[in-house]
Design a binder for this molecule. Structure first.
Ligand code: GCV
Length: 701
C-alpha cells in the first residue's frame, strides 16, 4: 500500500516538476486552477455536437474535446445533431442573423437554448471559432457576450524556405519540419501539431519549399510526398502551395528552353499543373521567385515578369489555384539604388498581370531590415493585385538569440498611410483589397519553424509566429493585446507577471534597433550569414551586398540621400510623404538615414548632433538589454524552469552581442566623424581592429 502511494506521489511530483520544452506552443491546455472560472466554462461541456460528417468539423470537435479535457478536466462526448442543452453546437449555416455579414471564414459564437453555438458559413470558419473559444478559456475571458469575427485578408500564408535536403534557408531553429526522406509513408505527428497551431490563428495556406526552388519538388516522387502533407493539412483548412523553379521545363522536362512564350513550354506547365491536381485536387498554386538573386526567370528570354506569371496563370485556369509572383528583384548596379528597382521593373507592368496573379511585395524596399519604410509599390499599383510578405524568421533581427517581438514592426508597416487615395489609404487597406477593390487579398510570412523541440529556437520567437497569424486575421489588433494572449497561453496567466512580460516584449524591438540600426541605418550586417555587425564591408559579390553602399559614411556625414542627388527614390512616395520623410527637418528620426545624408555636426530635433545622437542610441540599446535581463530575472517564480533558463541564457548572449554591435559601429563611424565619444559615455575598451577580429572568426571555415 505504502509503495503504491509513493509511486502515485512520485508521478504527481514528476508531472508537475516536468520542464516545459515548448513543443505545445500556445496550445497547452493546462488545467485551470481557479475553480470559479473553471465552473463558468463547464456549463457548456456536456457534449460537442456536429451537424454534418465533415473532416474539418470532426477535427474541430476533437480539438474542443482535447481542450476541455485539459483546461477543465471534463470528458466531453462528440455527438451528432444533439437537441439537448449544456453543450457546444458546431454548425455551418447561412441562416443565422449573426453570420449574415461574415466573410466566408468568419464565425459567430453565441448562447442559444442553453448551448454555445459556433456558427460559420464554412467548416473552416467553425474551426476558427472553436480556437477562438479555446483562446478565451485559456486566457480566462468571459463567454457572456456574442463574439463575431471575420478575417480581413483572404489568403493568410506561411512561406517556408525549406530545402529538399532538410536544411532551411534563414532558419534558426534546427532543420526542416518536413521529413522528405520519410514521406509519404511516415507522417510525423508534428505535421498535425503544425496544422493545429496554424489553424488556431486562421492561417490557411502554406508554401512548402524554398523560393530558391529546386525543380525536384515538381517530380512525381516529391508530388507524392507533398500530397501526403496536403492530406494532413486539408482538414485544418490549409492549402498547400509549391515554390517553383522557372527553369523546370528544361531541367525536368528536357525542353530546350523555358521561354514563357514558347508553345512547348506552355504545354509543359499546363500538363504539370494538371498532374499536380491529380495528387492535390485543391492545390493552392505556385509561388515564384524569378530573375532575383540568380534565380532563373522570364527575363532570361527577353520576356517580362508578366509574361512569366501569366503563362503559369494560364496553366492554372481550369483550377481554383493562383500564381503568387514575387517582386523581390534588384540588379547589381553600383550606381543605382536597390530601393527603386522592384518599383521600376514592375511599374510598366501594372495592369498586365492575369487576374489569377498576385504580386507579392516585401514590406520594405530593401530586404526585411529591422525598420524599413513601407515599400513604395504599395499604393502605386492600382491595376495589380498586391500581396505583402513579412519575414517571421529573424534573419536581420537577432535570429535565435535576441529577444525581438515583431508585432509592432508588422503593424508599423500596415498602419502607415500611403495617401494614394487620400488620407487613410494605409498599406493594410492596399493589402486587404478594400482600396482597389481586390477580392483576392494575400499576406505571407516567411516561417520561423524548425525541428527544435520548441519549433522556433528562442522561446519568444514563437510569439512572432503567433503575432503574424493574429495580424493576418485582423491587423487592427494591438501588439499589446496579441502579446497578452500569447503570454497567457504560453508562459503564465499571473496578471502582474503578464504586464511585466508584455513590457519586455514591447520594449524589445526599439531596443534591438537602438544597438543595431538606429536613426534609419540599414544593411550593415555580417556578410552571408547576416549576423552581427560589419559596417566596414566594402567588397562583396555584388556592390549592393556591401554595407558602405547603404550607410555612405564619409567625412561630411552619414546616410543615403534618396532625395535627389544620389537617388530620387523618395519621389516614388506621395506628396504628403515627401513633405515629411523627404525633409530632413521633418523626417521621423527613425527613418532619417534612410532618406538623408546628414552632417555629423547637424543638430537634430533632440538637441544633439547626429554624432552624439548616434552614440547615445547605440549605448542606450545596451543599457536597455541589461534592463531586460534584470526584468526577466524577476519573473522566475512565474515561468517554467526550462523556458526561464533558456531565455535567461539567450539574454546573456544578447547583452554581449549588443556591446559587439555598439563597439563595432561607434568605433567605425568615429573614424569618419572625427569626433570624440560624448563624455557621459564610457568609450569601448577595445579597438576597432579587435572588434573586426570577431567577424573574421565568423567567416573562418
Ligand atoms: C530566399 C534575402 C535572403 C535570402 C532570401 C531572399 C529572398 O536576400 O538573404 O536568403 O532567399 O532574401 O527573399 O528571396
Amino acid at each position: 500500500m505504502q509503495k503504491r502511494i509513493f509511486t502515485v506521489l512520485f508521478f504527481i511530483v514528476s508531472f508537475f516538476s516536468m520542464a516545459d520544452d515548448g513543443s505545445r506552443l500556445w496550445l497547452k491546455y493546462d488545467l485551470i486552477k481557479d475553480q470559479k472560472q473553471k465552473l463558468s466554462y463547464q456549463k457548456y461541456t456536456k457534449f460537442i455536437s456536429i451537424s454534418a460528417n465533415h473532416p474539418t468539423l470532426q477535427k474541430t470537435a476533437e480539438e474542443l474535446q482535447m481542450g476541455f479535457a485539459g483546461l477543465l478536466g471534463t470528458k466531453t462526448n462528440i455527438v451528432s445533431n444533439n437537441s439537448q442543452a449544456g453543450g457546444v453546437v458546431l454548425e455551418v449555416s447561412t441562416n443565422q442573423a449573426l453570420t449574415n455579414d461574415l466573410a466566408n471564414d468568419g464565425f459567430a459564437i453565441f448562447a442559444q437554448k442553453g448551448n454555445l453555438v459556433i456558427s460559420s458559413k464554412s467548416e473552416a470558419g467553425v474551426l476558427y471559432g472553436a480556437f477562438e473559444l479555446l483562446r478565451r478559456i485559456q486566457t480566462g475571458q468571459s463567454l457572456n457576450e456574442n463574439i463575431v469575427s471575420s478575417p480581413k485578408i483572404k489568403i493568410r500564408m506561411l512561406n517556408h524556405w525549406d530545402n529538399a535536403n532538410g536544411t532551411v534557408e534563414r532558419g534558426y531553429a534546427g532543420s526542416s519540419i518536413w521529413k522528405w526522406n520519410e514521406l509519404p509513408f511516415r507522417i510525423d505527428p508534428r505535421y498535425i501539431a503544425y496544422a493545429r497551431a496554424n489553424a488556431s490563428l486562421g492561417i490557411n495556406a502554406t508554401s512548402i519549399n524554398n523560393v530558391n526552388a529546386s525543380s525536384r519538388f515538381l517530380t512525381a516522387e516529391y508530388l507524392e510526398k507533398i500530397k501526403a502533407v496536403a492530406d494532413v493539412l486539408r482538414p485544418y483548412g490549409i492549402k498547400v502551395f509549391i515554390s517553383v523553379n522557372f527553369r523546370s521545363p528544361r531541367t525536368l522536362g528536357g525542353l530546350k528552353t523555358s521561354d514563357p512564350l514558347d508553345p512547348e513550354v506552355r504545354k509543359w506547365w499546363n500538363e504539370k499543373t494538371k498532374e499536380i491536381h491529380q495528387y492535390i485536387p485543391d492545390f493552392g498554386g505556385y509561388l515564384v521567385k524569378a530573375n532575383s538573386e540568380g534565380e532563373p526567370g522570364p527575363q532570361d528570354y527577353g520576356r517580362t515578369h508578366a509574361d512569366g506569371a501569366n503563362m503559369l496563370a494560364e496553366a492554372m485556369k481550369p483550377f481554383s489555384g493562383i500564381v503568387i509572383w514575387r517582386a523581390f528583384v534588384y540588379n547589381a548596379d553600383p550606381n543605382g539604388d536597390r530601393f527603386k528597382e522592384a518599383y521600376e521593373q514592375f511599374k510598366p507592368l501594372d495592369g498586365k498581370f492575369d487576374e489569377k496573379v498576385i504580386v507579392q511585395v516585401k514590406n520594405g524596399p530593401i530586404d526585411f531590415m529591422p525598420r524599413e519604410p513601407f515599400h513604395p509599390m504599395f499604393g502605386n499599383f492600382p491595376n495589380t493585385k498586391l500581396g505583402i510578405e513579412f519575414q517571421i524568421t529573424q534573419e536581420y533581427l537577432g535570429q535565435s538569440t535576441h529577444l525581438t517581438y515583431l508585432a509592432p514592426m508588422f503593424k508599423e508597416c500596415l498602419d502607415t498611410d500611403t495617401y494614394s487615395k487620400g488620407k487613410g489609404s494605409t498599406v493594410a487597406k492596399v493589402i486587404d483589397g478594400s482600396l482597389y477593390n481586390n477580392p483576392n487579398s494575400l499576406i505571407a510570412g516567411v516561417a520561423n519553424t524548425g525541428s527544435d523541440a520548441n519549433w522556433c529556437g528562442h522561446p519568444f520567437n514563437q510569439a512572432n509566429w503567433y503575432a503574424f497569424g493574429r495580424l493576418a486575421w485582423d491587423y487592427t489588433l494591438s501588439s499589446e493585446k496579441i502579446a497578452n494572449e500569447w503570454i497567457g497561453m504560453t508562459l503564465t496567466n499571473d496578471e502582474k507577471a503578464k504586464i511585466q512580460i508584455n513590457e519586455i516584449m514591447q520594449k524589445s524591438l526599439p531596443t534591438y534597433i537602438s544597438y543595431t540600426y538606429p536613426l534609419g541605418l540599414h544593411h550593415m550586417m555580417g556578410e552571408g550569414h547576416h549576423y552581427g555587425p560589419e559596417p566596414w564591408l566594402t567588397k562583396a559579390a555584388r556592390p549592393d551586398w556591401t554595407s558602405i553602399y547603404y550607410h555612405k559614411a564619409d567625412s561630411v556625414g552619414l546616410g543615403f540621400d534618396r532625395t535627389g542627388k544620389l537617388s530620387n527614390a523618395i519621389k516614388l512616395y506621395s506628396k504628403e510623404i515627401n513633405e515629411t520623410w523627404g525633409n530632413p527637418e521633418k523626417c521621423d528620426l527613425n527613418y532619417l538615414l534612410w532618406f538623408h545624408h546628414i552632417a555629423w555636426n547637424k543638430k537634430l530635433s533632440t538637441g544633439n548632433t547626429l554624432w552624439e545622437e548616434l552614440c547615445y542610441r547605440y549605448y542606450n540599446g545596451v543599457v536597455e538589454v541589461q534592463k531586460l535581463q534584470k526584468d526577466w530575472l524577476k519573473l522566475q517564480p512565474y515561468i517554467d524552469t526550462e523556458t526561464f533558463a533558456s531565455v535567461n541564457a539567450r539574454l546573456k548572449t544578447q547583452e554581449k552581442e549588443s556591446i559587439w554591435w555598439r563597439d563595432a559601429c561607434v568605433l567605425y563611424f568615429k573614424d569618419f566623424s572625427k569626433m570624440p565619444i560624448p563624455n557621459s559615455l564610457t568609450p569601448p575598451n577595445r579597438s576597432l581592429e579587435e572588434v573586426k577580429k570577431i567577424v573574421e572568426i565568423y567567416h573562418l571555415r
